[in-house]
Design a protein around this ligand. Structure first.
Ligand code: HEM
Length: 962
């Protein structure tokens, strides 16, 4: 089928579905919608769907017309349009129970709640399409081709820049100087250095490849003032230490303490006494397991450090200057004392890959840099391949201890029973003499990525090491039972030869277990962590659609859509043109497993036979991936929105599973479980107790004035400084400046969100005046003004090319205020500070909409680009047991939760299953848990409630007494 024919076919299905929805809308003139809402729906339908922007300046910005808003959310949604924030959170059904319109036909497709929810999903999909179209910027030399096309075709699928270099050991095997194509052993498993995931672009996503960007290159490194827009935007107001990062940290990030002595700067009290107290703003519906989970994930996706170090040169961390009337003044000693900052802190400078002039090219009369003004390297694989557990280069693999008795297994040693912990006592072994480690990792559990180790990371590494071994053991049991049976695996060198269970070698089984564990982790993250982080119905549906699709996977329409998506849009020569339709239609069948069946036509797809997929056919092995015309790696901007240190509490409320779990027995400072101390704490107290403790406690809220005290005072003995400490919150700001992340307002404009015009836009004006929350927000806005200052604006200075103002005119330094007016220096605001300050967020969302926007693009892309999550999710790679294990959340078939939480029949969640399998002591504690990242003893109440109330069995828990 041609591109056009495929689009027509897909469009026909789309129109049919839309028409059906409209008809049922008319058929159910429900009581809950006012006549004016329905009139608005009619007008909205008559206007037709919004065209997808073809120019950056015509983007959607998450804002809809008045009729659309009224149809999807009534008066409340119409009012919300005035704010700079996206509209969908005000739609029917998109928040808690009070957002439901209800009514007799509430579930019917045209009913108000369904209009709201579908509208929210449509808005999110528009955002994704535009993000894919306007926000991909590869640093490795392919950008010019992306813009200009090659041989008249826009957007590419294969790049010279992604070829293996002659120095790579597999250079000859993939084809040397000729066409490079991975085959044979190179395509069977996740290669250690991340090569050959895409078999035609062997180097993509490999260790030490360059980070990408999601913003125009001109917008990076604004303090360099390399273009007029940046100079107009910021004047000479920016520098690495300007405004002073440690002063920002202390004035805007510090957690206020009602009993400072009982917190003791995060060190708690002697003997881990329960009388210790470190106040923090708690997230309503996310637990501390969820906080450490995301640290565990980021260590898989990206790192800037080489073996625990940055560059050799040291830099100060601030605590030297303050602003007064727009001028930098030295910070007086008594002010330093009051703030509690340390001018003696030092940190090693960020590593830079290339700071040379990027050069430019001209296209359609516009000049573009070939890459960002400086580039940085991702020192781990960019794939979601569990590289934090299994390694990303030879040194990190040497840190992974394999069981000498069975090299398919990870070494886990028995630990002497300690009274009270009472669990299974199988733990990762610590690093041994000769392991390639940095000094600061000595004494920790042996694992590939050992940085910033705490008891939270220790927990997840031990858990998934147990899971790895559980898979190996299950496979071995199967092999013992049916040694001659076909295990599903195939060797591409002999594609037709059956591989029996008995034929699988220990090293093959190790790599199969890695595939399975990596996919389980991706599934947990996508379908369990994400919907809990973004606790509302639209995001529940969107996250699940990314994995398993909006349609039932076994549904015939889903199979047909998948066939259309992969064989037509995916096979299109013009990756950029097919982009928009690809992501829309992929949300039908979902991204996971996309292209892992190949049917000759739609009828066969509907019948699901014959499946022509073959490991011998490179087009089948690789057919499900889509990079949308730009090679895959994470962008620097993605790292920025994962600076989630505020999620971590200072003290862990420690409980024991086999005594009264409602009792808090100790308050253990996180900082006392760092490095080797984490390993000691894990072994002494046991995984079950730590899981229970981390599972029941709420994470910190991602907000201003909520950074852990211990992270502002973190001992970092590896650095030669007088203090031996760093303020990690200040470091978060410095690192973004070093890596050229645009400041908050330009960041939003680049991502297709509306800018803010003043610091007052951070105040949620829906809150009653004088309410404590609003007063705090007003105070924070004033502090932002003090820290970042104001200036007299100049309307002749254009500051961005990413957007136009409401009148279609260029945006100037005055941001819509009169020429010469005093305006806030909101353009200078560091991005981390900006998204922490966003008080108006979608319901239940622990993160801000700015962060969400970055996730919409990159969370989808790390699935779309990965062969092992799409066309190579097959028994030929994973074995039949492996495919079942990932699909069913374990070896013993799918299991359902009781009831219908938030209106859905739900499978027992994948992390709950992993926990039940590997820490069986938790059976009772996990009984009522629906999502392992929701505080375990919280009564989830009704529709997306955020209440902090105990389940009946937990009424005596003092954590609920607050
Ligand atoms: C919620 C849990 C956490 C998350 C999501 C998180 C996330 C991050 C991210 C995204 C970075 C930037 C990494 C890079 O540039 O490649 C970072 C850096 C850092 N984190 Fe965390 N972190 C968490 C917890 C912790 C904890 C508990 C510690 C301390 C024990 C810690 C210490 C650090 C330090 C020292 C750096 C700076 C590394 C450098 O640039 O030199 N983090 N963290």
């Amino acid at each position: 089928m041609t591109d056009t024919a495929a689009r027509n076919e897909a469009a026909r299905i789309f129109v049919a579905v839309a028409a059906a929805a409209l008809m049922s809308a008319c058929a159910s003139i429900e009581t809950q919608s006012s006549a004016s809402d329905l009139l608005a729906c009619t007008r909205m339908a008559a206007d037709g769907p919004r065209p997808i922007a073809t120019k950056r300046t015509e983007r959607f910005l998450g804002k809809v017309g008045a009729d659309t808003a009224r149809c999807r959310g009534g008066e409340r949604a119409v009012d919300a349009r005035a704010s700079p924030y996206v509209d969908w959170p005000a739609y029917w059904g998109a928040a808690g129970a009070s957002s439901l319109a209800g009514g007799a036909n509430a579930g019917a497709p045209g009913a108000a709640d369904q209009r709201g929810l579908r509208g929210a999903l449509a808005d999110l999909e528009y955002q994704r399409i535009e993000l894919i179209r306007f926000n991909l910027f590869d640093n490795s030399g392919t950008y010019r081709q992306f813009v200009e096309g090659r041989d008249g075709v826009g957007g590419q699928k294969v790049w010279d820049e992604m070829r293996l270099p002659p120095t790579h050991p597999a250079y000859d095997a993939v084809g040397g100087t000729g066409n490079q194509l991975c085959g044979g052993e190179l395509i069977r498993f996740r290669n250690l250095d991340g090569t050959c995931n895409d078999i035609r672009n062997p180097r993509m996503g490999a260790t030490n490849e360059l980070f990408a960007r999601n913003v125009e290159f001109e917008a990076t490194f604004p303090e360099l003032g390399r273009n007029e827009l940046a100079r107009n935007r910021h004047g000479d107001r920016l520098g690495l230490l300007k405004p002073d990062p440690q002063v920002i940290s202390r004035q805007l990030f510090t957690r206020a303490q009602s009993h400072p002595a009982s917190c003791n700067a995060g060190l708690g009290l002697p003997g881990d006494a329960t009388t210790a107290q470190c106040d923090y703003k708690a997230a309503p519906a996310l637990n501390v397991l969820g906080a450490f989970w995301i640290q565990f994930m980021t260590h898989d996706w990206f790192s800037h450090l080489e073996a625990g170090h940055n560059a050799a040169e040291l830099t100060a961390l601030g605590c030297a200057m303050r602003q007064e009337d727009g001028q930098e003044m030295p910070l007086a000693g008594d002010e330093r004392d009051r703030l509690g900052c340390r001018p003696g802190d030092r940190i090693d400078r960020a590593l830079i890959a290339d700071a040379s002039d990027p050069g430019t090219f001209t296209h359609d009369g516009e000049r573009h840099p070939n890459r960002a003004y400086k580039t940085t390297r991702n020192t781990v694989t960019a794939w979601w391949d569990a590289s934090q557990l299994y390694g990303y280069d030879t040194d990190s693999r040497r840190r992974v201890h394999r069981d000498p008795g069975d090299p398919a297994r990870l070494t886990m040693t028995e630990v002497a029973a300690v009274e009270g912990n009472g669990d299974r006592r199988e733990y990762l072994s610590p690093f041994a003499a000769g392991d390639p480690i940095a000094a600061q990792w000595s004494g920790q559990e042996a694992t590939a990525f050992p940085d910033n180790w705490t008891v939270g990371l220790s927990f997840f590494h031990n858990l998934f090491a147990r899971e790895h071994n559980a898979f190996v053991d299950a496979f071995r049991r199967e092999a013992a039972r049916t040694p001659d049976a076909d295990c599903g695996l195939r060797n591409p060198a002999r594609p037709d030869a059956v591989v029996r269970y008995r034929d699988v070698t220990p090293s093959e089984l190790f790599e199969i277990a890695r595939l399975v564990v990596a996919a389980e982790i991706a599934k947990i993250h996508t379908t369990e962590w994400t919907p809990q982080l973004l606790y509302d119905e639209p995001l529940h549906r969107a996250a699940n659609a990314n994995w398993g699709g909006l349609l039932d996977r076994d549904d015939a329409v889903s199979a047909v859509l998948e066939n259309i998506v992969v064989r037509n849009f995916g096979a299109s020569d013009n990756a950029r043109r097919a982009t928009a339709w690809y992501s829309v239609f992929a949300s039908g069948p979902g991204i996971f497993g996309l292209g892992n069946h190949v049917y000759p036509d739609a009828l066969a797809a509907m019948r699901r036979t014959p499946d022509l997929w073959s490991i011998a056919n490179p087009a089948h092995v690789n057919g499900g991936v889509n990079h949308f015309g730009s090679p895959f790696n994470f962008p620097e901007e993605f790292v920025t929105v994962y600076r989630l240190h505020a999620l971590v509490p200072d003290l862990i409320e420690y409980r024991e599973w086999n005594h009264d779990p409602n009792m808090i027995r100790r308050r253990i400072p996180v900082v006392k479980t760092v490095g080797a101390e984490a390993t000691r704490a894990m072994r002494e107290r046991g995984m079950a107790n730590w899981a229970l403790s981390l599972g029941r406690q709420r994470a910190g809220r991602l907000a201003l004035h909520n950074h852990p005290q211990f992270l502002q005072n973190l001992p970092l003995p590896r650095l030669p400084s007088v203090t031996g400490k760093v303020d990690v919150a200040a470091l978060d700001i410095i690192r973004d400046r070093e890596r050229g992340v645009p400041r908050f307002n330009e960041f939003r404009r680049q991502y297709g969100l509306r800018q803010l015009r003043s610091f007052d836009d951070f105040i949620d004006t829906r809150l009653p005046p004088g309410s404590p929350e609003r007063v705090e927000q007003e105070r924070s806005a004033a502090t932002l003004r003090d820290l970042y200052g104001r200036h007299r604006c100049d309307a002749s200075k254009i500051i961005t090319s990413a957007q136009l103002d409401d009148a279609g005119k260029p945006i100037s330094d005055c941001l819509g205020f009169p020429d010469g007016a005093q305006v806030d220096n909101i353009e200078d605001l560091d991005t981390v500070v900006g998204w922490l300050a966003e008080s108006r967020r979608p319901h239940g969302s622990a993160i801000s909409e700015t962060q969400l926007q970055v996730f919409i693009l990159n969370a989808s892309r790390r699935l779309f680009s990965d062969r092992f999550f799409t066309s190579s999710f097959r028994p030929e790679f994973y074995t039949s047991l492996g495919v079942r294990w990932v699909t069913d959340n374990g070896p013993d078939g799918p299991q359902m939760e009781r009831g219908t939480p938030n209106g859905h029949a739900m499978e027992v969640s994948p992390l709950k299953r992993v926990l039940l399998r590997n820490v069986p002591e938790l059976r009772q504690a996990l009984g009522p848990v629906v999502n392992a990242f929701d505080p375990w003893a919280r009564d989830r109440g009704d529709y997306y409630s955020l209440q902090w109330r105990p389940l009946p069995d937990a009424r005596s828990d003092p954590a609920f007494a607050e």
